[in-house]
Design a protein around this ligand. Structure first.
Ligand code: SF4
Length: 212
């Protein structure tokens, strides 16, 4: 039991609302093991061209879990998700939400770079799904943000267009974890006219999701 929960229980205060997002020693070990497993993974063809497995980065106790598409060239070279121009834009989006990258956990639908930055195919996404599902389970976030269509399709099992999926509350699998869909920063860089829509997404999240 956490110290906070212990004190509230002693004071006869209901603690059922407390989110148990503290990582236990076992969970930390599991996260470490999961990363090692991913680093050695050969489950799909993306293993053969990669320089690095891009497992994910950020706060392993985060309330906000962010899922992008797949590592790009710079991510593959460094092993870190969302660097380069799209990463910079994501940092700016987070800043406008009063968040830093240390407040959230960021990863991708697949952990290895598809050649020529093509979209990961369904076999690759399926092969990598175990890593993503376990990351979510270990972090137990309060909210999940899906960046772009690939992440939305994978997590929500839908083929609906982005315009339909944005500014709605979805749920991760059969959990009560609210899940939102934002445009991918790389798409916003390619389509600057759409940038204003990310502010609508942020506003929708502020008005509908309490992560404090
Ligand atoms: S993309 Fe995922 S499943 Fe495929 S090799 Fe990399 S870690 Fe393994």
């Amino acid at each position: 039991m956490s110290r906070k929960k212990e004190l509230l229980t002693l004071m006869n205060i209901d603690t059922s609302w407390l989110k148990t997002n503290y990582i236990t020693e076992n969970n930390q070990q599991s996260f470490h093991d999961l990363r090692l497993e991913a680093n050695n993974c050969q489950k799909c063809q993306l293993a053969y061209d990669r320089n690095n497995v891009v497992f994910g980065k950020g706060n392993e106790k985060a309330d906000i879990f962010i899922i992008g598409e797949a590592p790009g060239k710079e991510e593959d070279l460094t092993g870190e998700p969302f660097i380069g121009r799209a990463g910079k834009l994501l940092t700016e989006i987070l800043f406008s939400m009063n968040l830093s990258r240390d407040d959230v956990y960021i990863t991708n639908t697949v952990k290895c770079r598809p050649p020529e930055n093509r979209n990961p195919n369904s076999e690759e996404i399926s092969s990598c799904s175990n890593f993503l599902d376990k990351q979510i389970s270990l972090i137990s976030p309060k909210v999940i943000i899906l960046l772009g269509k690939i992440a939305a399709e994978r997590i929500l099992n839908t083929s609906e267009p982005m315009s339909f999926l944005r500014t709605k509350i979805h749920y991760y699998k059969d959990t009560a974890i609210p899940t939102l869909v934002f445009y991918h920063p790389a798409y916003l860089l390619r389509s600057p006219g759409e940038k204003k829509k990310v502010w609508e997404d942020i506003l929708f999240m502020r008005e509908n999701i309490n992560v404090s």
